[in-house]
Design a binder for this molecule. Structure first.
Ligand code: AMP
Length: 192
């Protein structure tokens, strides 16, 4: 199942950093045949290869801040215009992260909201524990708390944005990877 209303699925996954959304997004993309677009992965790849984007993003990411909306919207608009996404659809992971990005996404999609935005819900205490355990370079206690603060102020209002457009699903992100995946597929399958 990759179609809704005769066109490829457009899905968004939201969740605090450390909620497991990257892992689940990869599994979902495989299950539904949509292209997994992770803006965090794109930025990390740009940092590694030393592109202009990477050089601009590195300090911002290291500080746990958000890369500017203009830059992110440009990056995603360019990616969404590619042929694979037009034919297979997309699962956006890490974008949109602000209401300005959500407005831009609706515009890129020709005025429509995504088919479904899933909020993978894991409490703050649990994500903090998980992030400290994974030991990524940009995961110090300070940047973790900065990113979680930003999530509450910038990204949580997005839930209302999607809810207003009737496409928000909240999924409990606690439990085993399999349990969470089963809950996620249930909401995506319900789109048919
Ligand atoms: P993630 O892997 O999604 O946690 O992203 C890692 C970092 O990349 C974030 O902490 C931000 O600095 C940056 N980033 C990723 N996606 C976005 C976005 N949509 N808007 C702004 N910054 C982003």
């Amino acid at each position: 199942m990759t179609q809704k209303n005769g066109r490829p699925l457009i899905l968004v996954i939201l969740g605090r950093q450390g909620s497991g959304k990257g892992t689940q997004a990869a599994l979902l993309a495989e299950r539904y045949g949509v292209v997994h677009v992770s803006t965090g992965d794109m930025l990390r790849a740009a940092v590694t290869s030393g592109t202009e984007l990477g050089m601009r993003a590195k300090a911002v990411m290291d500080a746990g801040n958000l890369v500017g909306d203009d830059i992110m919207i440009g990056v995603v608009a360019e990616r969404l215009a590619e042929a694979d996404i037009r034919t297979r659809g997309v699962l956006l992971d890490g974008f949109p992260r602000t209401t300005a990005q959500a407005d831009a996404l609706a515009e890129i999609l020709g005025g429509i909201a995504p088919d479904l935005a899933i909020n993978l819900d894991v409490p703050i205490a649990e994500v903090t524990k998980r992030m400290l355990a994974r030991g990524r370079d940009d995961d110090t206690e300070e940047t973790i708390s900065r990113r979680l603060d930003l999530y509450e102020t910038e990204t949580a209002p997005l839930l209302a944005w999607f809810e207003d457009r009737g496409c928000l699903a909240v999924v409990d992100g606690l439990g085993t990877e399999d349990d969470v995946f089963a809950r996620l597929t249930e909401v995506v399958d319900a789109l048919q």
